[in-house]
Design a protein around this ligand. Structure first.
Ligand code: ZN
Length: 436
């Protein structure tokens, strides 16, 4: 165990909060929001003039967008730069990088949330105390790497932290036989692809648990990972963690029941907004909008995350009252058909099922046509070549499941790829070429 008994007692008290009635947590949110109103930086000035409490906030008519953070990032600072302890720079995969700022207090909250995220996954039968974690977040992913190291450290795991190159990962797998893989979905997929191309997938045989952050993890995808790694059901536990680098990457995580991720609403206030009407969603499905309640350095108020989510509020089987969030996907990855939004998980439910699960490793959907009548091309990355009947039956199954015309199903087989797949970036699985 890395942390002291006194510290552990403090953390256990924080965990207890996750089981309290929601109205009690709402009181904590309100109290923290009142404090936020006092220290919010001037950039929010005119927006907050009429806002006295959280109810007022939900009827406000502004959002903060990522582009504003890119162009006016420093204006969101509520403290002098000299009080900031750490600045993280985003990888900039979807545009210029953004910076997120953390004071000492913010880093302490990050640690608490990292610890809570890990504790939710544990049960008396399932703990991490004897585990060795390999953290696979290459050096370009500073914040992911930092966050995962804190999660593992706080939970007493032994950490190995390769630099992201295949040769070092192979060496460390051989040397230490890690039992937990911590990283991101595209990372473990590219690792498996490299092993499929060069041989050596059995090197991952010591891995029993996989903890992933930052990409959609559908049920079909989890099953696919298990099949690709040759595990029996129960032989691989996959846990999902969700957050965003602008706030904290461990805002929510799954408990052992895996029915959505419990969100730490004592640190954030959230709203779910219909992406088309910009009204609050009645079905609790839409864009997650976050107000940070405790962030000291750069507090965000009504931050439009651009993440499409679904929320449920019933008490979980684990006893927690904290609402559960399903991260459906980045909004840009949802396939819009008129006013409907089709999640990519519906593609995954087809291509990672039955005879295709051990063959298809990843995909990309290219959307053309019109808003009302999209046309899809599905590009598959396969371990061995599919025959013509399989391609045609996949196309039919995809059309039925998505109710969208699928013009082509194309494949790139790893048997014809000699180059190692690119690491260090999250893959974009939907590319929408339409304009509306
Ligand atoms: Zn639960």
């Amino acid at each position: 165990m890395n942390i002291t008994t006194k510290r552990l007692k403090e953390l256990e008290e924080l965990k207890e909060l996750e089981f309290r009635p929601l109205r009690e947590i709402r009181d904590i949110q309100e109290e923290r929001f009142q404090d936020l109103l006092k220290r919010a930086p001037p950039i929010y000035g005119r927006y907050l003039r009429e806002i006295k409490d959280l109810d007022d906030l939900t009827s406000a008519d502004f959002f903060v967008y990522k582009d504003q953070l890119r162009t006016r990032g420093r204006d969101f600072l509520a403290v002098p730069l000299t009080r900031v302890s750490r600045i993280f720079s985003s990888s900039g995969t979807t545009g210029p990088p953004t910076y997120s700022y953390f004071t000492k207090e913010d880093l302490e909250v990050l640690d608490q949330l990292a610890w809570r995220a890990m504790r939710r996954m544990e049960s008396p039968e399932e703990t991490f105390k004897d585990d060795i974690a390999m953290i696979d977040a290459p050096s370009g992913m500073f914040m992911l790497n930092y966050t995962m190291c804190r999660m593992a450290y706080q939970s007493g795991l032994t950490i190995i932290n390769p630099n992201g190159t295949l040769s070092e990962i192979v060496r460390l797998l051989h040397e230490f036989n890690p039992t937990v893989y911590m990283g991101y979905l595209s990372g473990i997929l590219s690792l498996m692809e490299s092993f499929k191309i060069k041989g050596g997938l059995e090197r991952l045989s010591s891995i029993r648990k996989v903890i992933l952050i930052g990409e959609n993890l559908s049920l079909a995808r989890r099953e696919q990972l298990r099949i690709l790694l040759n595990r029996d059901s129960g032989g691989l536990k996959v846990y999902d963690v969700y957050g965003m680098s602008e706030v904290c990457q461990t805002l929510s995580s799954e408990c052992k029941f895996k029915v959505g991720m419990h969100m730490a609403i004592d640190h954030v206030f959230f709203e779910v907004i219909d992406p088309i009407t910009h009204e609050h969603s009645k079905e609790n499905k839409g864009i997650l909008v976050i107000t940070t309640l405790t962030k000291r350095a750069d507090p965000l108020i009504r931050y439009w995350t651009d993440d499409y989510v679904e929320i449920s509020y019933e008490r979980c089987k684990c006893g927690r009252t904290l609402p559960r969030i399903v991260f459906v996907d980045k909004y840009r990855n949802m396939i819009r058909v008129g006013d409907e939004h089709i999640p990519p998980s519906r593609i995954e439910a087809v291509i990672f099922s039955g005879e295709f699960a051990p063959i298809i490793i990843d995909y990309q959907a290219v959307v053309k046509g019109t808003l009302e009548e999209p046309v899809l091309t599905i590009k598959l990355r396969t371990i061995k070549r599919l025959n013509r009947e399989q391609i045609s039956s996949l196309r039919d199954m995809l059309e039925r499941a998505l109710k969208i015309h699928v013009e082509h199903v194309e494949e790139e087989s790893l048997t014809s790829v000699k180059r190692e797949p690119t690491r260090m970036q999250k893959r974009q699985r939907v590319i929408d070429k339409r304009r509306w």
